[in-house]
Write a protein that binds this ligand. Sequence first.
Ligand code: SF4
Length: 391
Amino acid sequence: MTRVTDFKKTLGRIPLEGLGVYVHVPFCRVRCRFCAFYMERPGADRVQAFMDGVAHELHLYAHALGLRRIPVQTIYFGGGTPTTLTSQQLILILNNIRYWFAVEDDAELSIEVHPGTVTPESLGTLRQAGFTRLSVGVQSFDRNELRELGGRMFGGGVGQAIAWARSAGFTDISLDLMYGFPGHSMESWQRTLDEALALSPTHLSCYAYTLEEGSPFHREIVQGKGSTPGQEFQVTLEERAIERLVAAGFERYEISNYCRPGYACRHNMRYWQVRPYLGLGPSAQSCLGHIRFGNVADLEGYADSLKRGALPMDEITCLSPDQVDRERVIWGLRMLSGVPVRMKATEQKAAFLQTIHRLGEEGLLRVEGQGRVRLTDLGIRYADTVAVALL
Ligand code: SF4
């Protein structure tokens, strides 16, 4: 655990441009079979420990670290399943953030919701409290696939939840879909895309399934049951999504994200632009200036540490100016508009530019005017390889 005074020294100058705030609500009722994220089952004691922890954490950042009244442009409640908490608990956290920080009037306030955990009343309360954007976890509209994916089986309830959300006044609604998981087929992916579009979302996230170590799917594979889908098939599914969504008027603005004009997720853009964000809650990650840090992925340890007045961090990394510049390019390349390469003239810069040149010759990157680089179609497919080469 990290003493506040030590961290204050490491942090040095406070970033003045403002923050995105991420609240990690770690509760899920059931684990999805593809998921290896840190999660806890909700229970009265655990929820209380979490609520107290977030309140202490905010107080420490605001008071002891001097972030009081810092401007906040975006807030994102993710998880886990944030809506396993009551609307009142979620609003208590939101109001606490507003109390300590200067949340701007036009801030984007997003929350992940799952259809089985919302009602017309709870959505109305969240909208009235100021949430502006919903991100709905769908994965698939096929009931059999949802059963296979385990955890939440809400495909059938998505339409109803969205109708309630619209009645409550939400106009910015994103759907999360997944493709290329075991047993997935092109036919069902097309049906899922069609059903998603029929609900007229403003934003869609389409994530390729990855086999996560520690997930139930992974355990089955280790035991010789189940199979992993081929990468080529995933590429075909992705191509179908691009074709279908672009034809429907969506812009692919990030490798996995599509939006109607003007509806890119401002909070997630901060991650790709490497602008400051502060994560609250167990396992939440933060980026302040040249410092990267993460909270412990353990609710008990998180809450205990905060009760003692210590920050619940388990790792802090201080980047050199050169590493920050590289990170900006690596994350920025996830955006399809690309990123300008801005670095001080150093030896490292020369080596970095050489790598960019080589990746360009291999057809993975395109260098455009004013030193802007972007991934080619081939580069998008091998984005992880490009990122490793640029590290
Ligand atoms: S709801 Fe999200 S965090 Fe919870 S188990 Fe499913 S995928 Fe994992």
